[in-house]
Design a protein around this ligand. Sequence first.
Ligand code: ZN
Length: 225
Amino acid sequence: MTVDVLYIKKVKCPICNSEFSTSKMRTTKVRVDRVDGDFMNHYKSENPLKYQVFVCPKCGYSALENRFNNIRPAEREIIKKEVSSKWKEREYSGPRTEDDAIQCYMLAFYCGQLIGLKNYELGNIALKIGWFFRTKESDEEMRFLQNAVELFEQAFYKEDLLSLSTDEITLGYLIGELHRRLGRKKEAISWFGKTVSNPLVKTNPRIENLAREQWLLAKENENEE
Ligand SMILES: [Zn+2]
């Protein structure tokens, strides 16, 4: 990877107030090769997702960039008590390997659980960990897809999806596709069916097509058994 793919961003930690550097990927350098049914992009270039978690090297507070500063006083105390007090200084400021990225996302998942992130947000972190394992062709992927689908199902029934910038069509489809990848055809078929029969699906032709395609795929595989 050439150096100019990444640039350094200075960040101030909202927990310990120290300033640190983190790498980000230049959006003009991103090249997508193909996309899997669960929206995982495979890149010809470096993977920009690796850099979306900020990790404070001084105190260990970790979160996705878009909610790093979004923390309340009570949550700050929780992070200080549960994370910072046990943290050994280490940093992820430079280029990240898949394993580095997995560690960063695991830290963000742990901090997110402590401060009570929504199930949908935690599910997204788990899904991305699963994707990094897919890149590594590791069976660990399935453990994190399982984790993600459980969190997404909770979110589907309990959370205000529109405020989380998703909707019941997209999330219902994704739940179906994760079940399909986990080998649970009955659940997959049920979620795809629920998605294509929802009147709202007409507002999202891309998801409607995907749901129909993956639904057929799940059914075909069912008949083979
Ligand atoms: Zn900090």
